[in-house]
Design a protein around this ligand. Structure first.
Ligand SMILES: [Zn+2]
Ligand SMILES: [Zn+2]
Ligand SMILES: [Zn+2]
Length: 154
């Protein structure tokens, strides 16, 4: 059918490398949902996951792949050979974690999910973070799960 892959370019994930995670976190975090109705498909064992350097299971693309949170397949992004996207289209596994920036994407919501607010996503986010960086993530304080825009208006 009509390919509609054009609603792009609101995703500026700030470089982040030159800033401390704690400081760059709020500003670099793309708008992420704090609620998702598709978590029922999450794998029941997300403690044991492949390491971030795992190549794409189909094309062997070496890095910045996605981890399917439903079956733990590692597949490349839509900017490489779209194997994660294909996987979703074929199997309807709609939740994936990016090994490049540890964001979680829901294909059904068509949005990023906030892995710190959505509790079922926290363990795998934390595990992936530790695998990638060697220490536990700096979870930010969470006040209201409904994404209240809390900006310092001073
Ligand atoms: Zn969803
Ligand atoms: Zn691939
Ligand atoms: Zn899968």
């Amino acid at each position: 059918m009509a390919e509609n892959a054009s609603s792009s370019s609101s995703l500026h994930i700030a470089g982040g490398d030159d800033e401390l995670m704690l400081d760059g976190f709020e500003s670099g975090w793309v708008e992420a949902r704090t609620h998702c109705d598709h978590l029922g498909s999450l794998s029941s064992d997300l403690i044991h996951i492949p390491p971030p350097g795992t190549p794409c299971n189909r094309c062997e693309h070496p890095e910045e792949n996605w981890l399917c949170l439903c079956c733990k397949d590692v597949l490349c992004s839509r900017f490489v050979n779209k194997h994660m996207l294909e996987h979703y289209q074929q199997k309807h596994h709609n939740l994936a974690l990016s090994y490049s920036d540890l964001s979680v994407w829901c294909f059904s919501c068509d949005a990023y999910l906030d892995a710190q607010v959505i509790l079922p996503l926290r363990p795998v986010y934390e595990t992936a973070y530790i695998l990638k960086f060697g220490n536990a993530p700096p979870f930010r304080a969470i006040d209201y799960p409904q994404g209240v825009d809390k900006e310092a208006n001073t």
